[in-house]
Ligand binder design. Sequence first.
Ligand code: AHR
Length: 343
Amino acid sequence: MLKKTLAGLGAGALLLGMTACGTEGGGGSGGDGNGGCVSEGGGGASDDGLVVGFAQVGAESAWRTANSESVQSAAEADDRIAELQFVDAQQEQENQIEAIRTFVTQQVDVIVLAPVVETGWTDVLTEACDAGIPVILADRGIEDADEDLYVTRLGSDFVEEGRKAGAWTVETFADDDNTRILELEGTVGSAPANDRNSGFFDVLDEESLPYELVDSQSGDFTAEGGKSVMETFISTHGLDDIDLLYAHNDEMGLGAIQAIEEAGYTPGEDIQIIIVDGSKAGFEAGVAGKLNYIVECNPVFGEQLMDVAVQVAEGEELDKFTAVEESVYGPDDFEAEVDNRQF
Ligand code: AHR
């Protein structure tokens, strides 16, 4: 299909997803009728297809690159989508806010936002709402107070990912008197950092595992961040009495592995390591024995997202949150799974 440029679109012709901010009773999926952005249902996709604006977080990880490719290739292959306006926000919320304002000015049909952090969205999402443009959250979520300002979220259950990491920790260190833990957190204020932290420690507390969180710092989901924070951990605490490193994503875990090796320790043996994502590079480190557990975070949901965009534009009722499928992998799985990884 020949994709149109946004400049070539009549602004009104493709305005399919009708939303309204107001107090009228909501029958749609976007809110509760108490002043939120309530979907009224759209007129269905026109022959020309939808124009979708996508404010992506950035390109900080293999996960993110795979997610961008999945969304872009799904939009390209989908005849119901006329145009995907893609913005790489370089991990800056202000760039995402600017992108959303541009999408509103351009009167795109649907806005997809992968919010870099959870807070600070009220004003700009109200502007999208006032313009009658429905918003879908992809990947990360935002604070509950703003839940009426988007229609639905498609992405990972980050709390559940943290709980899976916690369950493995409880099982692995069940016989220890005191498990000493280092945590490499994702971007401060982001949903995956907040939820992977709370899910993990909730399980440890629920199961009464004796543990000590020796240190926890953000590596901003990047390899450089993970390596640099791990170097600080090592110089501050040493590694001799540390049992576990819990890294909120592959890049930070892989950066930390480098720092651990440079300090003369053996990752996966001297210190056990959990990572979240499950990239090919992560699995290769697992095959090499350098880490011990992988909690999968699945970025390949572009086709599902296009379905959701069309459903939202047509005013269909949707659940507020749809979780993508994800698994977990231990040392016995690494070899068999490494060649199956898509990113
Ligand atoms: O929001 C998903 C997280 O963002 C992934 O775990 C991480 O790799 C990415 O930066």
